[in-house]
Design a protein around this ligand. Sequence first.
Ligand SMILES: [Zn+2]
Length: 75
Amino acid sequence: MRSCTRSGCRETAHISLTFQYNTSVVWINHIEEERDLHVYELCDKHWQRFAPPNGWTLDDRRRAEVLPFVHRLAG
Ligand SMILES: [Zn+2]
């Protein structure tokens, strides 16, 4: 069990975000066994609130799963 990276949050993390600064891409992935200091791990609640920084692209590396933010981008 891994907890959410956000301070003060004790929910279980389900998603990891890796910021690729050289290409301005955020990788979305499952939680890895090894914890990387540069990876943010978010619970469902914080993941649903997550939005990439201006000019950044989200790259979902989990493949076939449905993304909760798709609805927001469509609007
Ligand atoms: Zn959280």
